[in-house]
Design a protein around this ligand. Structure first.
Ligand code: MIG
Length: 681
């Protein structure tokens, strides 16, 4: 059941797709405190209460014991003290013996989630806007509460099937030669791949919707050549539009009056990659429609996937901010700086990026409603995602496109996916990648993944291979790294064959992964879940922080510690271990409920299938998603019932409804199935 309460005058976010009646008064479960501008909701916590959700945030699967802040931020340090990352997903589920309760704050401004941080026994949620819709969701399990929320916020984004293939990316790829060489290095070795990303260097002077005249002389030709190799090119688009009337997007944007303005009506400018930029008012439907139309030339050249970046929006500096810093520098110039002055100098320059004063200095025209940016800050990336997807659909309403964004808010999950931002080549971030997945799914973001191998810092061979062993399960499977870091395409490493073999496992699993993804989309369900969702009465399962449920039949438990040849895994029920080395090389080990040390050498990935279930694999070696339909399926399972597995399929590209068919273990067509029967010692 969902109950809606309203405080102040909520801003139109379009996070929800259903208009629920507003209840009078306050929810019984919360104590409400109002002061001049903010409002807070508090609630005592029981010792056994767990808290799930909050989407893209640091720390564990159970979010209890930290303070999080909804304020979309371009922050490259995803350490455990961080309160904000690129997105804000204001939904939590509190689950304990006494109750299961969901809270969704539809509030696009800053929200502070003190989840047992100030006091270990209390939650305090503070809205600095004080204007919001609060949805209180009750249900008998965290999964059903999450489903209720999803029914309220609308169906999750469905990418084309090819987007589930392996994608190679790197900041620095900018030319047709780069694309050719990446593709050649994969294809000549038989490393499966479906997409390559173009990062900002493909543009002409970092200008959106341009491409470099020498580096990419013939975009349509390049796209066509790639497509013959079954490769999709995925260019990046940034939020800022350069202040230069020679620039087409700038000129048009000015004509369309599409950019955000300051209080006095002059245009707001801040620097990003191309220097000083204007920022599209994505909260305005006219501006959105215009921005969406800018993708056309790229779409006409055959591009069918994009990633949208810098849309928190990330601001390097504004003129006001940098001038203030210069004046501090001028004042201190030539002085013998004592420590305070030194800090002042350094701090002033450090503070010019993503400065709060800048976010307070411009306004949106929300179709007639003038709103200061900081009040709706967390909607900006959502608006960009929506503009892009609407633009792609205006170009071609019948086909699905790939789109993933860095910044988002609930609602954006209907229009695109997201990647988890600028992580590091740290083992801790491999674990963080895993731990973010269930919370993101709860908030509707099913199409997600992190930069495999790590974005910042130099990766190592063992880290990359372990990370791929998690990445084979995430809907977005992209290897991405930053400029100047160690090159981390798999073919750069001695053990590339082992990595290639792991990637072949992804393709063998795709019929299952895609089918489970479709089910999650169509039934508002979760592709990844905390173990607590499936085994609420099992205290150990509830406290398991490094394993997650995948689809309805499986659990994953990746190795995320260096120099280990396996790990301890907790099985909340009997499960079949599938130790995966390649599409045609795996061990099947039926295992009893309980704790186990499970061997997993560097080139071995771990998957667990629930006893009583079976899942389909595609047979044979596959190098791209287009080949999958040609490969017969077979089942793997332990004591599956005769119902077998229900496979959801569609054509992978249109919006035509899909089909379901039952794959039965007894079906002679699935003759290569490996079904294990009976008890084990
Ligand atoms: O300021 O386009 O998160 O994936 O490679 C850095 C360059 C801008 C940040 C993105 C990252 C991308 C990088 N971008």
């Amino acid at each position: 059941m969902i109950q809606r309460y309203v405080y102040g005058s909520p801003l139109p976010t379009e996070a929800v797709v259903r208009d629920l009646p507003v209840l009078p008064g306050d929810p019984e479960c919360l104590t409400v405190r109002k002061d001049a501008s903010s409002i807070s909701f508090s609630m005592p916590l029981e010792p056994d209460d767990m808290i799930f959700g909050l989407g893209e945030t640091v720390r564990g699967i159970n979010k209890r014991g930290h303070v999080y802040r909804s304020w979309n931020s371009d922050d490259i340090m995803h350490t455990e003290d961080r309160q904000s990352l690129y997105s804000s997903h204001n939904f939590i589920v509190i689950s304990g013996k006494k109750r299961t309760l969901g809270l969704f704050l539809d509030d696009p401004g800053e929200v502070i989630w003190d989840l047992g941080d100030t006091s270990m026994e209390e939650i305090v949620i503070t809205s600095l806007n004080g204007d919001l819709s609060l949805y209180v969701i009750t249900g008998d399990s965290p999964r059903s509460v999450s489903r209720e929320l999803r029914g309220l916020i609308g169906k999750s984004y469905l990418p084309p099937f090819w987007a589930f293939g392996y994608i190679q990316s790197r900041w620095g790829y900018g030319s047709a030669e780069d694309m050719d060489s990446v593709v050649h290095e994969h294809r000549s070795r038989g490393i499966p791949i479906d997409g390559v990303c173009l990062d900002i260097d493909y543009m002409d002077q970092y200008r959106d919707f341009t491409w470099h005249p020498e580096k990419i002389p013939d975009l349509a030709g390049l796209v066509a050549r790639m497509r013959r190799e079954n490769i999709h090119l995925i260019p990046i688009i940034d939020a800022g539009i350069p202040d230069d009337p020679e620039d087409r997007a700038c000129k048009e944007g000015l004509e369309h009056d599409a950019f955000v303005k300051r209080e006095d009506g002059t245009l707001f400018r801040a620097a990003v990659w191309p220097g000083l930029c204007f920022f599209t008012d994505y909260l305005n439907s006219r501006a959105r429609a215009w921005f969406g139309s800018l993708y056309r030339p790229l779409l006409e050249a055959g591009v069918d996937g994009f990633w949208n970046d810098m849309n928190e929006p990330s601001l390097f500096y504004s003129m006001e901010g940098i001038n203030l810093a210069y004046s501090v520098a001028d004042e201190l110039r030539g002085k013998n700086l004592r420590v305070d002055d030194n800090w002042k100098l350094q701090g002033t320059f450090a503070a010019v990026a993503n400065n709060r004063d800048d976010y307070k200095s411009f306004y949106h025209d929300m179709d007639g409603l003038r709103v200061r940016h900081d009040k709706v800050h967390n909607l900006y990336g959502y608006g960009m995602t929506r503009a892009t997807m609407d633009g792609m659909h205006a170009f071609d309403p019948d086909h699905r496109f790939l789109l993933f964004s860095r910044s988002s808010y609930i609602g954006a999950h209907r229009y695109g996916g997201l990647w988890q931002g600028d992580n590091r080549s740290w083992w801790a971030h491999l674990k963080l990648n895993l731990q973010m997945l269930p919370g993101l799914n709860m908030c509707g973001f099913l199409f997600t993944g992190a930069d495999l191998g790590g974005f910042g810092s130099d990766t190592t061979e063992d880290l990359l291979i372990r990370w791929l062993e998690l990445g084979i399960f995430t809907p977005l499977m992209r290897n991405h790294s930053a400029l100047h870091t160690r090159e981390q395409e798999v073919y750069r490493f001695k053990s590339w064959e082992n990595m290639k073999n792991i990637i072949t496992v992804r393709y063998a699993l795709l019929p299952y992964l895609y089918s489970e993804y479709l089910k999650a989309v169509h039934h508002d369900d979760l592709f990844f879940r905390a173990l607590a969702f499936d085994y609420p009465d099992d205290e150990i399962a509830c406290q398991t922080e490094d394993q997650v449920m995948l689809g309805n039949e499986c659990m994953i438990a990746p190795v995320y510690v260096q120099n280990t040849s396996g790990r301890v895994v907790y099985l909340p029920e009997d499960m079949l271990l599938v130790r995966l080395r390649a599409y045609n090389d795996m061990d099947l080990v039926p295992m009893k409920k309980g704790h186990h040390w499970v061997d997993a050498r560097l080139h071995e990935a771990l998957l667990f299938i629930r006893r009583g279930c079976c899942i389909p694999f595609a047979s044979g070696k596959i190098e791209s998603t287009v080949d999958i339909p040609d490969h017969p399926l077979y089942l793997i399972g332990w004591d599956p019932d005769e119902q077998g597995y229900t496979l959801c399929e569609d054509d992978g590209i249109s919006y035509l409804e899909g089909t379901e068919r039952t794959l039965k273990p007894s079906d002679p067509a699935l003759k290569d199935s490996v079904i294990i029967r009976g008890d084990v010692q």
